[in-house]
Ligand binder design. Structure first.
Ligand SMILES: Cc1cc2nc3c(=O)[nH]c(=O)nc-3n(C[C@H](O)[C@H](O)[C@H](O)COP(=O)(O)O)c2cc1C
Length: 176
């Protein structure tokens, strides 16, 4: 599958098959792609905690405040993305340029993870609605939790949805 194809079929899965586990080799392959993600000054200011079994359920519950993200309980794996300190050069750049490189880096690694999962036929949903304090406690983490990615196989009745996006002219312009 090339990147165009991955982009066309990746979508947020909110309909996981709770009975199907993800093979360990696939989890390793997804992490191997995540490891190659670019980041400001190559600082990689994040940590990935792969939660399975009861830990995955606990993390899912911590994304379910106010009735949100109930579907995540059916996902067999939750990848928790937490912050790590900046390397010195990225910290300096962020301060001097007023740019939040760490959040950008976390977004990129998240995109790598979801693209790698898609290539392997694994469904994913990025969750930003979460209780960082609870998840830090569950996973024994110091850094703030920024995103959780639910991973699992979609149910057979989960269909590819039409993409609802801005038109290209509203998204981008080309200038010379
Ligand atoms: C930073 C971020 C946070 C998100 N948080 C949630 C969430 O808490 N719950 C959810 O169901 N979807 C969440 N999403 C998924 C978006 O709703 C979804 O990507 C968007 O609507 C486009 O749909 P698609 O992923 O199916 O293409 C999040 C996506 C991103 C990038």
């Amino acid at each position: 599958m090339n990147f165009q194809e991955i982009s066309a079929i990746r979508q947020s899965c909110r309909n996981f098959d709770a009975k199907k586990q993800i093979e360990d080799e696939k989890i390793q392959a997804i992490l191997a792609s995540a490891r190659l993600s670019p980041s400001a000054c190559n600082g990689q200011p994040y940590f990935l905690t792969v939660c399975k079994g009861e830990k995955a359920k606990q993390v899912a519950r911590a994304t379910m405040g106010m009735g949100m993200n109930k579907f995540s309980l059916d996902a067999p794996v939750q990848i928790v993305i937490s912050e790590m300190p900046y390397v010195k050069s990225a910290a300096l750049g962020a301060k001097l340029k007023g740019n939040d490189y760490r959040s950008i880096d976390i977004g990129i690694v998240c995109a790598y993870i979801t693209a790698a999962a898609t290539e392997l036929g694994v469904g994913s949903c990025i969750l930003g609605w979460l209780d960082s304090a609870k998840i830090k406690d569950i996973c024994d983490l110091d850094g703030e939790v920024r995103l959780v990615i639910s991973l699992g196989y979609p149910n057979d009745n989960d269909k590819l949805r039409e993409k609802n996006r801005k038109s290209l002219d509203k998204l981008a312009k080309i200038i010379e």
